[in-house]
Ligand binder design. Structure first.
Ligand code: FMN
Length: 325
């Protein structure tokens, strides 16, 4: 395989499957072709209620693409990246073609090392503020991937966001089909996909500022309230076409890995993106051009645990007929 080896492309797929996805649905597939690795959306894993447009699947596949890029880079051959390389195959998200050899940078090594540690943490964080230089690193991580990350500063911006998120959450809670789909991805024990009740947020209480996804009905440890002034970041990109959402997914993963590398925890809040009216409101409230794609809560937390993934062999497509091995 062009002297690089299928083994390294498989390592890229292994890294790809550690990406986040809505309800841990893992809506991706990988294909090795002509010395390259391709990332494809898997229509059979599509969340037909929560993700009618395919936005969440594209973000997840973009994040998987970023992990795969990092893996190729740390194994000495950074990739040339083509997003949506074939107009006739809309599920084909990206093709990564390993390029000339070069040693990985320490930044690439650190972010790659963070892949197995990164996980969503829906528990309360400590009230300690995130230092200014770390905030700048997060903003620059998004910018390096052609996205923006707006950090909400001050209680006025925070409560404004909380109101939008809360109203979106109420809309989704009233939607029986949405709730049925969410429950179908929630489980009490072990599964290679979906979210266990133990990884969900504890049940909401009146003093909470933000709606956190509960995945069940776990009560909180008495006295363990959420941080009073959470750091909320809104990730966005200039456009809202499928390719823009894939770009946003790559930036999302770079921001999350940068946070992990800096010792931070994060959870994702997508209710205000999932409900169109709330997303419009959020967009206007930011007073900038472009489209918000996801909200993140970032802070110092007690590490939780990583959730299982399906095995890489379950997401590897056979080479197409007539392909070079
Ligand atoms: C597009 C997208 C939207 C998400 N929305 C939420 C959300 O609203 N609430 C939440 O708790 N987690 C959300 N997540 C996180 C997933 O639930 C999480 O990535 C998945 O369960 C896998 O767990 P991990 O992040 O610990 O690997 C979202 C992830 C993605 C990619």
């Amino acid at each position: 395989m062009n002297g690089y080896g299928e083994a390294n492309l498989l390592l890229a797929a292994e890294a790809g499957i550690r990406a986040p996805s809505l309800h841990n649905s893992q809506p991706w597939q990988f294909r090795l072709r002509d010395g390259a690795i391709e990332i494809l959306a898997d229509p059979t894993r599509h969340l037909s209620v929560a993700d009618r447009s395919g936005w969440a699947a594209r973000l997840a596949c973009g994040a998987a693409t970023y992990n795969a890029r990092l893996a190729l880079a740390v194994h000495g051959r950074p990739a040339e990246v083509h997003l949506r390389p074939n107009a006739g195959e809309p599920d084909l998200v990206a093709r990564l073609t390993p390029e000339r050899e070069r040693p990985p940078t320490s930044a690439e090594q650190n972010l790659h090392a963070a892949i197995p540690r990164r996980h969503s943490n829906r528990a309360p964080f400590s009230p300690d503020p995130v230092p200014a230089d770390t905030r700048i690193r997060l903003i620059e991580a998004a910018r390096a991937e052609s996205a923006w990350l707006d950090l909400l500063v001050g209680m006025t911006a925070l409560t404004g966001f909380a109101e939008i998120a809360d109203s979106a959450d109420r809309v989704l809670r009233r939607d029986n089909r949405y709730q049925a789909e969410l429950i179908s991805w929630t489980h009490a024990g072990y599964a290679p996909d979906g979210v266990p009740v133990s990884a969900g947020a504890p049940l909401a209480e009146p003093q909470d500022l933000l709606p956190q996804r509960t995945f069940g009905d776990r009560r909180r440890t008495p006295g363990r309230d959420y941080e009073p002034e959470p750091l909320i970041a809104i990730l966005g990109v200039p456009g809202d076409r499928p390719v823009d959402q894939i770009t946003a997914g790559q930036a999302l993963q770079k921001v999350l890995l940068t946070a992990t590398d800096a010792g931070l925890a994060a959870s994702m809040i997508s209710q205000p993106i999932e409900v169109p009216a709330a997303r419009d409101q959020l967009r206007r409230s930011l007073g900038r051009s472009g489209y918000p794609q996801l909200a993140l809560r970032i802070g110092y937390g007690t590490p939780g645990r990583t959730l299982p993934r399906r095995d890489v062999t379950d997401v590897l497509l056979p080479p197409a007929e007539g392909d070079a091995p």
